[in-house]
Design a protein around this ligand. Structure first.
Ligand code: NI
Length: 227
C-alpha cells in the first residue's frame, strides 16, 4: 500500500532544507546500497560527515513527530536517521531494486528491520523531468512524483526504482522505518480502521459505538504490536 502525506514540511522548513542542501558537498550514492542494488544505482547522497546533516535530519524528524497521519500509517517503532539524495546530470537514476531487510543502527548497537520506506520530495516537480518513483505494489506498478514537502510511504519489501531524470535536478529525503506492526496487511487494516473512525467521529461525534470501535482498534494494536 502506498500512502501520500501532503505538506509534511512547512514552506519555511522546506526553504531551510533547500538552503542547507545547496551549501552541502555530495558524494556517490553507493554507500547505502546492497551489492545487488549497487549495480543499478547512479545518484548522489549526502555523506554521514556532511556539516548540515544533523540539522536536516532534525527538520525532517520533528516534522514527522507532529504528523498524525504519518504515525497512524507507519506506527513507527524505530526510524533510521533520514538521508538525502539527488538525481540529475550524469547521476540520474536508480534502477529496479529491493531495499535491504536489515539495516545497521547508526550507534553500532545492532540492526533494525526495514518495514516501511519513505521518500520526501524536496524539489518542485515542474523543475525537473522524469524522476518518478515507480513502485510495484500488490495492484500493479504505481508512479509517484509529489510536490515539494510531501512524502510517500511504501512497503520496504516492494521492488522499486527511480526513473531517469532527463532535465533539472530531483532532490529528496529518504528513510526506513521499523513498524510496531510487522505485517503490511495488518498495518493496512489498522490504517483503514483508524481513518474510518476519524470520519465517523467527525460525522457523528463520540457516540457509544464509536467509542467501542475505537477500543477495538486499540485492542487490535495491543494484540499485534511488537513493542
Ligand atoms: Ni530503494
Amino acid at each position: 500500500m502506498l500512502i501520500t502525506i501532503d505538506d509534511v514540511l512547512t514552506q519555511t522548513e522546506l526553504a531551510e532544507a533547500r538552503k542547507l542542501l545547496a551549501a552541502s558537498a555530495w558524494e556517490n550514492g553507493l554507500s547505502t546500497a546492497g551489492t545487488q542494488a549497487a549495480k543499478s544505482k547512479n545518484n548522489q547522497q549526502l555523506p554521514e560527515t556532511a556539516k548540515h546533516l544533523p540539522r536536516l535530519r532534525q527538520l525532517v524528524l520533528s516534522a514527522l513527530n507532529r504528523n498524525a497521519l504519518f504515525f497512524t500509517a507507519v506506527l513507527p517503532q524505530r526510524i533510521l536517521p533520514p538521508q538525502f539524495n539527488r538525481y540529475g546530470g550524469d547521476t540520474n537514476f536508480y534502477g529496479n531494486h529491493v531495499d535491504n531487510a536489515m539495516r545497521r543502527l547508526p550507534d553500532g548497537s545492532g540492526y533494525m528491520r526495514s518495514d516501511v520506506s519513505a521518500t520526501l520530495f524536496l524539489s518542485d516537480p515542474d523543475s525537473y523531468d522524469g524522476g518518478e518513483l515507480l513502485v510495484e505494489d500488490t495492484y500493479g506498478s504505481q508512479t509517484v512524483k509529489l510536490k515539494a514537502g510531501s512524502m510517500v510511504i511504501y512497503p520496504a519489501a516492494s521492488v522499486h526504482q527511480v526513473l531517469p531524470v532527463s532535465r533539472g535536478e530531483r532532490q529528496a529525503c529518504f528513510m526506513w522505518m521499523q513498524s510496531m506492526i510487522r505485517s503490511a496487511d495488518r498495518r493496512r487494516l489498522l490504517f483503514d480502521m483508524d481513518m474510518a473512525l476519524l470520519a465517523l467521529r467527525q460525522t457523528h461525534g463520540d457516540t457509544d459505538p464509536v467509542i467501542r470501535l475505537t477500543g477495538t482498534y486499540h485492542n487490535l494494536l495491543r494484540l499485534w504490536a511488537e513493542s
